[in-house]
Write a protein that binds this ligand. Structure first.
Ligand code: ZN
Length: 286
C-alpha cells in the first residue's frame, strides 16, 4: 500500500483497524518507541493520521509555523487515540528565549508555557528546547551563561505542567560535552535531547556524548548527513555509523523515544525513507 500525507482515516475498514491495534499492542511490549515529527508546513491533523497509518509509536509534535503554531487539543486528541499514538513535545527552534533583554525572555517564557499546556494536555512527559543563539555580538562570550539563566525559569515552568525539559545539541558551543556538563550542572531538572545527526558535525561524536552524559538522555533524534550540514537524510545514506550509534545508545541503558527526523519533499518517498530507517533501527536494536 502506498501511504500519502493526505490519507483519510475514514477510509480505513474495520479489519485494518483491528490489525493496527493488535500491532500496537505488540509494539507496546517494547518500551523503546520509534516516532516521527509532523511537518509544520502541513496540517497537524493530516500529519497525525499519516504517523498513525504508517504505524509509528508516537508523534514528535513540533509547535511552529506556518501550520502548526496553534494546535487544537480537542480535535487532535481523538485522532491520536484512534491510532494509539503518544506525544513528545518539540518547540520552535527559532525562539530567542535567552536573548539578554528581559521583555523578550518573558515573552518567550509565556510562549513556551502555551506550548507546555498543549503538550501536557496531550499526555506528553517531555518537552524539547533548542539552544538560543541570538545575542548582541559584543556579548557572545556570555552565550552559555545567558542560556543557563533563561533555562532555569523555563524548566521550573514546565515542571508545573508535568514536563521534563530536554535540550537538544546543535552547533557550537552547544555541540560538545563540556558545554552540556555546564548546562546540566547549573539547571536542576534539565535533561539531554541527543540528536545523532547533529553529533556528526561537532567535535564530540555520539559515542562521546553517550559515554559521558548517557544517564541524562531522555529523548533522541536520528537522521543521517555527510558531516557537513544537517541534511536529515534516511539512515545509512550519510556518514553516521548507525551500528555504533545504536550500540552506544543502548549501552547507556536508554529505552525510550527515538524520532526519525528524516525529511523529503515527495510524500510517497517520505514514507519509504521513514520505513527503511525504522527497519534499520529495529535490525540494529534487536
Ligand atoms: Zn533534531
Amino acid at each position: 500500500m502506498i501511504w500519502t500525507w493526505q490519507s483519510d482515516i475514514r477510509n480505513e475498514n474495520k479489519a485494518d483497524d483491528e490489525e493496527r491495534f493488535q500491532n500496537k499492542r505488540i509494539q507496546r511490549k517494547n518500551v523503546m518507541k520509534i516516532g516521527i515529527m509532523n511537518n509544520p508546513s502541513k496540517s497537524v491533523h493530516d500529519e497525525v493520521a499519516f504517523c498513525g497509518k504508517a504505524r509509528f509509536d508516537f508523534l514528535d509534535l513540533t509547535i511552529e509555523g506556518p501550520n502548526a503554531s496553534t494546535v487544537d487539543v480537542v480535535k487532535l486528541r481523538p485522532i491520536l487515540d484512534f491510532h494509539g499514538l503518544s506525544v513528545t513535545g518539540h518547540t520552535d527552534p527559532c525562539l530567542p528565549h535567552a536573548y539578554p533583554v528581559q521583555g523578550i525572555r518573558e515573552a518567550c517564557l509565556k510562549e513556551l508555557e502555551r506550548c507546555a499546556r498543549t503538550f501536557s494536555a496531550l499526555g506528553a512527559r517531555v518537552m524539547n528546547i533548542h539552544p538560543c543563539y541570538f545575542c548582541p555580538p559584543a556579548m557572545r562570550n556570555d552565550l552559555v551563561a545567558f542560556n543557563i539563566e533563561a533555562l532555569k525559569p523555563i524548566v521550573g515552568m514546565a515542571a508545573t505542567h508535568g514536563l521534563t525539559v530536554v535540550i537538544e545539541n546543535y552547533k557550537a558551543p552547544f555541540d560538545r560535552v563540556s558545554t552540556f556538563k555546564k548546562l546540566l550542572a547549573a539547571v536542576p531538572g534539565l535533561q539531554l535531547h541527543l540528536d545523532f545527526g547533529h553529533t556528526n558535525f561537532g567535535p564530540d561524536n555520539h559515542e562521546v556524548f553517550c559515554g559521558e552524559l548517557g544517564k541524562h538522555i531522555q529523548h533522541v533524534h536520528f537522521s543521517d548527513n555527510r558531516s557537513r550540514t544537517d541534511d536529515h537524510m534516511p539512515l545509512g545514506v550519510g556518514t553516521v555509523d548507525w551500528k555504533n550509534a545504536v550500540n552506544s545508545l543502548k549501552a547507556t541503558g536508554y529505552d525510550s523515544t527515538i524520532t526519525l527526523e528524516v525529511f523529503c519533499n515527495d510524500p510517497d518517498m517520505q514514507y519509504k525513507y521513514l520505513d527503511m530507517s525504522r527497519k534499520r533501527v529495529l535490525e540494529l536494536w534487536n
